[in-house]
Design a protein around this ligand. Structure first.
Ligand code: LAG
Ligand code: CA
Length: 465
């Protein structure tokens, strides 16, 4: 076991959607590690279909061709390994978006060569690991070879095809073994967790069976962190999956997004208790790569200030494990891929280029808040009007949110020890340096301040001075 050079940061995740591996590594060193982000969710690292006729859409990456961890549009295996190591060395874990439910679909291309050169067709994949030893053939896919039509029937949701994608027979020991092999190879490269894509479309027992075959994470130790993509409805609930890890809580996404979009924060003080699972099992977010396209409530595109405010709230509130979105922008169709070269491979991220939104940087200071207040509950709720809300996190932090068009001038009872605090809602606090335009004096626990219009204020005990 290597010497532990870095200690792990907290639990906050950032989804660097579609970033190249080398850009993720650089961001870990420059921004994520120093600000306390705990992990990056990276886009799928397995060989995928390549769809030039459809303009190399982002979603080609959700159609796996093999479990080869090489030659995706985001880089090579060596780039991937280098990223895991460089992020680890600054305390940041890598979580992989793992596609276990399906392989490819019938789009413009239903057979051909994948990004690493393996040939495939919809129900046949000759070489899953690039060693000529294992494949999938027709018998490894469910017999219901048509789209899910009755979403009220859990059997259909799990055994028929999701948007025409060939549906793996995940109840068989062979498929489970292949999937565990893939995940264990990622673990051997240092990957510390998995988002289970389309978990709702797999029986919980199938996920359990794969999970039980997983190795311990090297370096950090322990089992990999698992969070499962389940858009719960009346047929399938989050609680069916909590035995295997965290579960996405879409009610949280809807409640928080609507509250900040509408400028009505009054319901947020009872947020945790209105969810169907406990915060310790919930994976929470304001937007994800699907909702920002197919069902946008509040995104970087419609109201950047309110969206940033909502992502700050996500990091300030105690419910769930927060996942911050970091997007690239699109001008036309929601299918549009990330900034790319003419062969469809992704370009390095440049946060100064507006094509890459990099909104995780806007809330970087709030990650330190999230880490500093860990273990405390939210209390002392205070509101000016319905668009304004403030709360304490024990005696470790105080945050105020103003989703109105005018500044909120108030005197607050913070519970904080007396001192001069850096306002991490408007800047960062790294290496004892406050890089924020504002700092505030707390005296006798009291703070007199102006919370900016469509803005926030946040103080915590690890950012004094
Ligand atoms: C997910 N979570 O459970 C991902 O978050 C979501 O982004 C994935 O859909 C989905 N599950 C499958 O992994 C994405 C796009 C789909 C796309 C699919 C496969 O949102 O639109 O489907 O990835 O690439 C596309 C076409 C469909 C076509 C299908 C098969 O849009 O029209 O039927 O490919 O060819
Ligand atoms: Ca399925």
């Amino acid at each position: 076991k290597p010497a532990q050079a870095a200690t792990a940061n907290g639990d906050a995740i950032v989804h660097l959607f579609q970033w190249r591996w080398e850009s993720v590594a650089q961001e870990c060193e420059d921004v994520l590690g120093p600000n306390g982000y705990g992990a990056v969710q990276v886009s799928p690292p397995q060989e995928h279909v390549v769809l030039p006729d459809e303009g190399y859409p982002w979603w080609q990456d959700y159609q796996p061709v093999s479990y080869t961890i090489d030659q995706t549009r985001r880089g090579t295996r060596a780039d991937f390994v280098d990223m895991v190591t460089r992020c680890r060395d600054v305390g940041v874990k890598i979580y992989v978006d793992a596609i276990l439910n399906h392989m490819t679909g019938t789009g413009s291309i239903d057979s051909g060569d994948g990004s690493a050169g393996s040939s495939y067709d919809k129900y046949s994949y000759a070489d899953l690991f690039g060693d000529g030893q294992y494949g999938y053939s027709s018998q490894d896919f469910h017999d219901c070879r048509s789209d899910i039509s009755n979403w009220g029937d859990p059997w259909e949701v799990r055994h028929c095809e999701l948007v025409g994608l060939s549906d793996l027979k995940t109840e068989t020991s062979y498929v489970r073994e292949m999937e565990a092999r893939y995940l264990n190879e990622l673990i051997s490269l240092g990957v510390a967790g998995f988002r289970i894509d389309a978990a709702k479309h797999m029986a919980p027992a199938d996920i359990s069976a794969v999970r039980s075959q997983l190795d311990e994470v090297p370096y950090w130790g322990g089992a990999p962190y698992i969070y499962q993509e389940v858009i719960a409805d009346s047929a399938i609930s989050e609680s069916e999956y909590t035995g295997d890890g965290d579960v996405t809580e879409f009610d949280y996404h809807r409640s928080v997004s609507h509250a900040f979009a509408d400028g009505n924060l009054s319901g947020l003080s009872s947020l945790g208790s209105s969810m169907s699972i406990g915060g310790d099992a919930a994976s929470v977010f304001v937007a994800n790569h699907d909702t920002q396209r197919s069902d946008p409530i509040l995104t970087h595109r419609n109201d950047r200030a309110r969206y940033d405010l909502a992502q700050s709230f996500l990091l300030a509130h105690p419910y769930g494990t927060p996942k911050v979105m970091s997007s690239y922008d699109w001008s036309g169709s929601t299918d549009q891929g990330p900034p790319m070269a003419s062969d469809g491979t992704t370009l390095a991220t440049d946060c100064d280029d507006s094509a890459w939104v990099c909104e995780h940087r806007d809330v970087a200071g709030m990650v330190g808040f999230h880490n500093a207040v860990e273990g405390t509950s939210a209390g002392d709720w205070h509101s000016g009007n319905s668009g304004q809300l403030a709360f304490t996190r024990g005696s470790s932090g105080f945050a105020a949110f103003n989703a109105t068009g005018s500044a909120w001038n108030a005197t607050f009872d913070t519970n904080l020890p007396d001192g001069e605090y850096c306002d991490v809602a408007n800047g960062t606090f790294v290496d004892d340096t406050c890089d924020s335009p504002n700092s505030y004096e707390v005296s006798g626990g009291t703070l007199t301040a102006q919370v900016p219009a469509n803005g926030a204020l946040a103080l915590h005990v690890d950012a004094l001075g």
